[in-house]
Design a protein around this ligand. Structure first.
Ligand code: SF4
Ligand code: SF4
Length: 367
């Protein structure tokens, strides 16, 4: 069974303004900025741009239940060649070291190859956020060799080492096809011990819980994937689900939204603030619009007032002004500061800094 996108269902939540309205409802709770201020850490500011993260569109061959993009096979939003070239131009005119390409399934964008090869030719690190199954889809079989040849890093979702848990979250047969894709990646060198071809797996919880300890879970994944499927990978990231798009819809339908938001608030860990990804990321949407992170992008929260709006208008002096900009925040931000913290690079701090250990849920994947 394939999940329908909010857009296809014509859900009110397909409108980002409705999501923002729902998330700002908890008037008796402190705002994210108020909590930061109570720790003497407000306002949240950018430290620089180390990652240009571009979301090249909402088209995806999957339609996972928790998707914060509301991506799926019916979505048609797609970054144009012109906008892709504007992203490469910014890389060329700057020293931003990393291009992080996400979606949807970013490989389905017709300019994906141009982005990977263009950024690699500029000597930049390239990350492909891959759902694995696209590597096995007709017409995309070339991808493992192409990515290996260009030394792109792969960050791939696999929320459990058990088929049932993955298929429940990501769709029928997704686990089986993901395992086949991982074998194919291993065969071209990805994830092999000592290999420079990084293959990072990503865990996110299946429900309204915080992720377990990243290090322990990585040990479990390595043991189980090796024993069951002879699969190797470089490392594991754990990511907290943010209450946006289909995960927000899931929470509302299960009557768990307020409980989840409180859980995130109660698990606030000030040690995570230093490493929040928005402080070093510039996020670009399929139309070139700029945001502090992919989550703000989905909620249609642009950069703060006075900052540039679109990558096409980003000249060299504006790029340097992005450092020190005020980050736009909301209640969803508590998802990044809960427990050991969460980002596109996984957990932000080690467990010893967790101020409320009862909030760190530990244990096995995808319970
Ligand atoms: S979570 Fe990833 S793989 Fe799943 S529908 Fe969203 S973009 Fe596609
Ligand atoms: S959602 Fe997370 S990464 Fe984005 S602005 Fe908020 S704290 Fe920063």
């Amino acid at each position: 069974m394939i999940e329908l996108t909010l857009s296809r269902r014509e859900s009110p939540l397909a409108d980002a303004a409705e999501q923002r309205r729902i998330l700002s409802r908890g008037e008796t709770d402190p705002s994210f900025d108020q909590v930061l201020a109570s720790r003497g850490r407000a306002p949240l500011q950018a430290r620089g741009t180390e990652v240009l993260q571009i979301n090249v569109g909402k088209l995806c061959n999957q339609a996972c239940r928790h998707c914060h993009v509301d991506a799926g096979p019916d979505r048609r939003e797609m970054m144009s060649r012109e906008t892709a070239e504007a992203c490469l131009d910014v890389l060329r005119r700057s020293n931003i070291p990393t291009l992080d390409i996400t979606g949807g399934a970013p490989e389905m964008n017709p300019h994906f190859r141009r982005l990977v090869s263009g950024a690699r030719n500029l000597g930049r690190r390239v990350i492909d956020r891959c759902n694995l199954t696209i590597l096995m889809a007709p017409g995309y079989e070339y991808l493992p060799d192409f990515l290996a040849e260009h030394q792109a890093e792969i960050v791939a979702s696999l929320p459990c080492y058990l088929a049932e848990n993955v298929d429940r979250q990501r769709g029928d047969q997704v686990f089986k096809r993901s395992i086949a894709a991982l074998r194919r990646l291993n065969s071209v060198g990805y994830g092999q011990p000592g290999s420079p071809q990084f293959l990072t797996l990503v865990f996110n919880p299946s429900g309204p819980t915080l992720p377990p300890d990243q290090q322990q879970l990585e040990t479990d994944y390595r043991r189980e994937l090796r024993a069951r499927y002879e699969i190797e990978f470089t490392r594991l990231f754990t990511i907290t689900n943010l209450p946006i798009n289909r995960f927000l819809d899931d929470l509302i339908r299960a009557g768990q939204l307020d409980a989840y938001l409180h859980k995130l608030l109660e698990a606030f860990n000030p040690a995570t603030i230093k490493g929040l990804m928005c402080r070093t990321t510039l996020s670009v949407d399929w139309q070139g619009n700029l945001a502090d992170c992919d989550f703000n992008q989905m909620l249609e929260l642009p950069l703060a007032t006075g900052q540039p709006r679109n990558i096409s208008e980003l000249n060299t002096s504006q790029l340097s002004l992005l450092t020190g900009r005020r980050i736009v925040t909301g209640r969803h931000c508590f998802g990044c500061t809960a427990g050991a913290g969460s980002s596109c690079q996984g957990q932000l701090v080690d467990n010893s800094s967790i101020t409320n250990p009862t909030m760190h849920e530990g244990g096995r994947a995808s319970r």
